[in-house]
Ligand binder design. Structure first.
Ligand code: NAP
Length: 407
């Protein structure tokens, strides 16, 4: 829940739960209508994290949360909680309500508002009876909704819980998130169907556009990575993806692209050196003298080719971030710098000399972090008498010259 809200002052509170992919005017009208009809003082929007009943795209989670904040910010009775988006593992409503109840007065009435379809499945949720004893449910529906499933569910409940589910038709819910996504994909307007800051946000990040949809979902990528990486390497790629997404958020880069590049940066890492060299031939990766002498270094260039051919990545910036994540290069894009740094600082990484300094710099000035990381890598490889790849030397020279020009 929100750390700065004192929930003990309220008599009636509601949680508005949903995926909000994206939030739209129908959700806002529904929340406000329920609030007014039931005399609710505070509505807490809780964008879902990883619900147990369906696959969700972790790359979209932060976008869904931020859009919900943008949509609700002008209503003094609304707030948004990160409780589910920040929870690791599966997110269950019963845990969310338990946490809220802990923060409220004993006699506070708690409501859970969501779509009627979801509530008609409530018997399959975790601890439905405890949930119903802690809060009342408001099932909001679109016009023309067939309520027979929900009625069946209500009738099968123990009599003491039957009165704890209320059905409310909301005409504005003829808008749906699915329709919004289809409209964006087919180039139709979504004006007035979502609040204008949400519309601008969707356009700014290209959410739901054909380009956006051309990036495969994280679950599909992970399923494949699972079978080609060792468990340790798989864990590292999850750490890099999450760190890259955080850095992208810090620097205003595309979070989904950063997450995807992070997931895939080492997709060619676990082949043997012999396999790497063979695959370089198959995919047309040119081998210079340094790569010939150190075949493991090919994994980043080969990874970019494999990400394109086998994982369906078409975005050039993602592919370059994979290709140059080990060496760097002159004039790196922001995404390239983010993946380069995320690879070094993600929390599962074993400690190396200089790591603390790079971690500190990463969120202050990404260029300084890349300079520090390149200097450290060059020193490390020189100590081991390895040839330094010219791309790394060029990257360092370029960034240092850029800094000197600024001064
Ligand atoms: P969903 O996939 O986002 O939505 C299912 C249907 O309900 C869609 O038609 C959707 O319309 C509508 N809807 C969803 N939230 C709504 C809201 N707040 N107001 C009005 N309409 C809404 O939802 P879901 O994933 O089934 O989950 C709904 C809520 O139930 C979430 O908070 C979820 O965490 C919770 N849940 C918990 C458990 C559990 O604890 N085991 C299991 C299932 C669901 P739009 O697409 O237009 O939003």
């Amino acid at each position: 829940m929100n750390q700065i809200t004192d929930y003990t002052k309220y008599n009636k509170i509601a949680v508005m739960g949903g995926t909000f992919n994206p939030i739209h005017t129908g959700h806002l009208v529904a929340a406000e209508a329920v609030r007014q009809q039931l005399g609710i003082e505070r509505v807490i929007f809780v964008p879902s994290g990883k619900p147990p009943h369906k696959e969700s795209d972790p790359m979209l989670t932060e976008h869904r949360y931020l859009m919900t904040v943008l949509a609700t910010v002008t209503n003094p009775h609304f707030e948004v909680s990160r409780i589910e988006v920040d929870r690791t593992g599966l997110t269950y409503t019963v845990d969310t309500i338990t946490e809220l109840k802990r923060r409220c007065r004993e006699d506070c009435r708690i409501y859970f508002i969501t779509g009627a379809d979801a509530i008609s499945e409530i018997l399959k949720w975790k601890e439905p009876e405890r949930l119903l004893s802690m809060c009342e449910f408001v099932a909001v529906t679109r016009p023309g909704y067939n309520s027979s499933e929900l009625k069946k569910t209500v009738n099968s409940l123990n009599e003491s819980y039957r009165g704890r589910i209320t059905l409310l038709e909301i005409p504005a819910l003829s808008i749906s998130s699915t329709d919004i996504r289809h409209r964006v994909l087919s180039g139709q307007t979504i004006k007035y169907l979502v609040p204008s800051p949400v519309e601008e946000y969707i356009l700014k990040f290209g959410l739901y556009s054909p380009d956006f949809n051309s990036i495969p979902e994280a679950d599909a990528i992970n399923a494949r990575l699972h079978s080609v990486l060792t468990p340790k390497r798989y864990k590292h790629t999850q750490g890099v993806a999450e760190e890259a997404a955080k850095l992208a958020k810090r620097y205003g880069a595309d979070i989904r692209k950063a997450y995807t590049a992070g997931l895939l940066h080492d997709c060619a890492k676990c082949f043997t050196d012999g396999e790497k060299l063979k695959l370089c031939k198959v995919y047309g990766v040119k081998l210079d003298d340094v790569l010939k002498a150190q075949p493991d270094l090919t994994h980043s260039f080969l990874g970019a080719k494999i990400a394109e051919a086998e994982y369906g990545i078409r975005d050039k910036d993602i592919l370059n971030a994979i290709a140059y994540h080990t060496t760097g290069r002159e004039n790196m894009s922001l995404l390239e710098k983010i993946v380069f740094i995320a690879d070094l600082i993600e929390p599962n990484r074993d400690y190396f000399k200089g790591l603390d300094k790079i971690r500190k710099l990463a969120y202050n000035n990404i260029d300084d972090a890349v300079i520090s990381a390149l200097e450290r890598t060059i020193e490390y490889n020189r100590e081991r008498k390895r040839v330094i790849h010219p791309l790394g030397l060029a990257a360092l020279k370029y960034l240092k010259e850029g800094k000197n020009e600024q001064h």
